[in-house]
Every structure is written in structure tokens, then in C-alpha cells.
Design a protein around this ligand. Structure first.
Ligand code: FAD
Ligand code: SF4
Ligand code: SF4
Length: 383
């Protein structure tokens, strides 16, 4: 966002006494306060106010949806919400280099393990360090960040992820183990850990349970290696949320000629803002509401999708047998529906956090969940 526009956005904030924006933020970051510091030209304090509440403040500035602080913003009743995430991102990008990471409280000489380096794992690491624990982070892949790595660069530049992660990892009490899968959290107790926080994400993509499902590529495969599918010109995307939108954006970037999105419900039920829907249309994406892919057949790498119309009755989505089904051919069919939460046996010393506990959520909610697990672990361990 250009300088003059950010200044304008900052000036639109009404400094509301009740700060509804803060109440709506899962981490209770206070836009009212960090904007007030910025208004006075005290940018260092502004950035500190963000990072004191949110260790991944820059990342959230890029990806927080408009359903939290912005939705609650008082200005919605007057004209439109203050663009809080953009202000947050710009302030940190410009003035956030020098701000140190965690405020450490008295060390308690106890070691906690965190499994998974996505936002929930990092929320847990950040809070545990602040609470005085030594923390070891175990990440199964050779890359930090979990699902953040699937968000296209245009929406989340990788430098933003590096910037926020580096700040946390500066602590002396922190050790990182990459490429280390932990399949049985309880085995870590033999290594001197007094507690474990499991933040392993949803991982699995939901099954559609339709004939020919093996011909459908999952969003994880597509978004982690889009170049592998760069030749596909006619693309079908099953799903209508943020993940589906990122698949469409990626396909558009790769110059796909036709991008069809299929959603079983109405366009108004899609979990994205009107601006995001308009953006998709500007990429030439055709959104097909009340449509279900019921079968996929492959012949010579051409995929024929059978499409049935659906209707919503008392909140339930059912096939509409009055409308005949039709068929369309594609070069690639992508499944972009969220994964399930994972059933992990929790006990007072093994706590779960983030998407593995709550199902597919958002970055800011995952961080909050990780931080909450850390607080709960401390309460259980009675330090
Ligand atoms: C394409 C896409 C776009 C998105 N867009 C947005 C957006 O715009 N805004 C937003 O707020 N949210 C968005 N999200 C959602 C957000 O990314 C997730 O809610 C968040 O990353 C969940 O964090 P998590 O830490 O619970 O899990 P994850 O981020 O999935 O991290 C889990 C980590 O655990 C590791 N792991 C798994 N098993 C093991 C094991 N046994 N041992 C060691 N490590 C293990 C994995 O390798 C991974 O690194 C998007 C998600 C996707 C996929
Ligand atoms: S609700 Fe909106 S206008 Fe009010 S303090 Fe928060 S950001 Fe500013
Ligand atoms: S962290 Fe996200 S939800 Fe919270 S105030 Fe910042 S932009 Fe809004």
C-alpha cells in the first residue's frame, strides 16, 4: 500500500474507547493502540504493541481475513472498516527490524517439546519461552512454516515468514530439529521433556468419496509444486474457500485458459469476502454454485467430470434430481477442501493446538491456540 494511502488509513481510526477491533482479534492485538502510536510518529512502540501480542505480526498483516478486527471495526457503520491488517504489515515492514523477540520471564529450567512448526507450533514456542521454559521444536519436513508454505508468494512473501520466525528463534533457550518426525509424543518424556505440545496441522485432505477420486490432485500437491502442472490449460477446482482461491490464483498465474470452481452451496456461502470473490472473477475464474462433481473419468490424460446440480434444503445440501447432470472435460482436477482434525490422545502433559485440534482455521487462530496450550501446560505443571 503506498505511503499516502497508509497515512489516510491511519487517520481514519476513531480511537474507540471500547476497542472492538481488539476484542475481535483472537490474540487481542489492539489496533486502536498501535495505530495511536503510529499517529504520534512513535513507530517503534507501535511495532512493539503488535509483537507483544502476536509473534507472527507481519505474517498476519498479510493474511488475516477481514472477519476478525475489520469486521468489528466501528467505521463499518460509517463507511468501511479501517484496513487494519495492511497497516500492521506496513508498520512492521518499515519499522520492525530492530524490535527484539520474547520478553523472557524468570527461567524455570524445565524443557518442553513442540511438534510442528506451523503458526500453532510457533504460538506455543513463543509463549513457552516467555513463560521461562527451554523449548525444542521438532519439524517433520526440512522446511519451517507448515501450511504457510502453501500460500502463494503474492499474498504472503517468504521474507515475511523468515522475518517473523527469525525473531522467535533468537532465544538462547530454543533448539530447532528440522526433518524430525515425532510419531509418538509420549516417547519424548524419556528425553527429559516435562510436557509436549502437538501442533501437527490437519495434514490429510478430505475424501470426496466419489468414483475416480484417484484422478484428482490434492491442493497440497498442487500448491507445493505448481510448476509440475504448468501445462494444464483447462482446470477444475472443487471447493470454494481460501485454499480453492489460492489454487485459482496459482492457475491464473500459470496462464491457464479456463478455471472453473465448483461449490456445492450458494456463492453467498463461500468463506471469502466480496472483494475476494470479485478478485477471482477478475482473473477470469468461473464460479459454479450449487454444483457437485460426482465422478471423474480419465482417458489419455483428459479428465471428464460428471456434474450434478444441488439444492439446499433446511441447511442440508442434496442433489437436485430435477436438473439433468452434464459432463465437462479438463486437463487437471484439483480438490481444494480442508483437512480433518486429527484424533490425538491428549493428557495433562500432552496438549494439542491449532488445526490438528480445531480443524481448518486461520493463522491468527492457530497462533492463539498454540499460546493457549502453552499457558495450560504451565498451569498443569504448576510452575
Ligand atoms: C492454501 C492455503 C491458504 C491459506 N490462506 C490463509 C489465509 O489467507 N489466512 C489465514 O489466516 N489462514 C490461511 N490458511 C490457513 C492457515 O495456513 C492454517 O490455519 C495454519 O497454518 C494452521 O497452523 P497449524 O500450525 O495448526 O498447522 P500447519 O500450518 O499445517 O503446520 C503443521 C506442521 O506440523 C508438521 N508436522 C506434521 N506431523 C508432524 C510430526 N509427526 N512430527 C513433526 N512435525 C510434524 C508439518 O510438517 C507442518 O509443518 C491457509 C491454508 C492453506 C493451505
Ligand atoms: S474499531 Fe476501527 S475505528 Fe475503532 S479503534 Fe479499532 S480500528 Fe480504530
Ligand atoms: S493479528 Fe490479525 S486479527 Fe488481530 S488485529 Fe492484527 S490483523 Fe487484526
Amino acid at each position: 500500500m503506498p505511503n499516502n494511502q497508509i497515512k489516510l488509513e491511519i487517520s481514519r481510526c476513531l480511537s474507540c474507547p471500547q476497542a472492538p477491533c481488539m476484542m475481535a482479534c483472537p490474540l487481542h492485538v489492539s489496533p486502536r493502540d498501535f495505530i495511536a502510536f503510529a499517529k504520534r510518529g512513535n513507530y517503534a512502540e507501535s511495532v512493539k504493541a503488535i509483537y507483544n501480542k502476536n509473534p507472527l505480526g507481519l505474517i498476519c498483516g498479510h493474511v488475516c481475513p477481514d472477519t476478525f478486527c475489520m469486521k468489528a471495526c466501528t467505521r463499518c457503520k460509517i463507511d468501511s472498516a479501517v484496513k487494519i491488517p495492511s497497516i500492521q504489515a506496513v508498520l512492521i515492514r518499515r519499522y520492525g527490524q530492530e524490535i527484539s523477540a520474547t520478553k523472557k520471564i524468570e527461567a524455570n529450567e524445565k524443557k518442553v517439546a513442540v511438534i510442528g512448526s506451523g503458526p500453532a507450533g510457533i504460538g506455543a514456542v513463543w509463549k513457552l519461552l516467555e513463560l521461562g521454559f527451554s523449548v525444542e521444536l521438532f519439524e517433520g519436513s526440512d522446511k519451517l512454516g507448515g501450511s504457510l508454505n502453501l500460500i502463494p508468494q503474492e499474498r504472503l512473501p517468504r521474507q515475511a515468514v523468515e522475518h517473523d520466525y527469525q525473531r522467535i528463534f533468537q532465544s538462547d533457550n530454543f533448539t530447532l530439529h528440522l526433518s524430525t518426525m515425532v510419531r509418538k509424543p509420549e516417547t519424548l518424556f524419556n528425553q527429559g521433556f516435562c510436557g509436549v505440545i502437538v501442533a501437527v496441522g490437519t495434514q490429510e485432505v478430505n475424501n470426496l468419496g466419489i468414483e475416480g477420486e484417484e484422478h484428482i490432485v490434492s491442493y497440497v500437491d498442487y500448491l507445493s509444486q505448481p510448476e509440475k502442472y504448468a501445462k494444464a490449460q483447462k482446470i477444475a477446482i472443487i471447493g470454494g474457500g481460501k485454499v480453492a482461491a489460492d489454487c485459482a490464483l496459482t492457475a491464473h498465474k500459470q496462464n491457464a485458459e479456463t478455471i472453473h470452481m465448483f461449490i456445492r452451496r450458494n456463492i453467498s456461502d463461500m468463506r471469502m469476502s466480496e472483494t475476494e470473490k470479485e478478485e477471482l472473477k477478475s482473473y477470469g475464474v468461473e464460479i459454479n454454485p450449487l454444483t457437485r462433481v460426482t465422478k471423474v473419468e480419465e482417458q489419455s490424460q483428459v479428465y471428464t467430470c460428471k456434474l450434478a446440480k444441488t439444492k439446499v434444503i433446511e441447511g442440508k445440501c442434496v442433489d437436485d434430481s430435477d436438473i439433468p447432470s452434464k459432463e465437462e472435460q479438463y486437463d487437471l482436477v484439483i480438490k481444494a477442501i480442508g483437512g480433518n482434525k486429527i484424533a490425538i490422545q491428549e493428557n495433562p502433559r500432552i496438549l494439542c493446538a491449532g488445526d490438528c485440534k480445531n480443524g481448518a482455521t486461520t493463522v491468527v487462530e492457530a497462533i492463539a491456540s498454540g499460546a493457549e496450550a502453552a499457558e495450560n501446560l504451565k498451569a498443569t505443571l504448576k510452575f
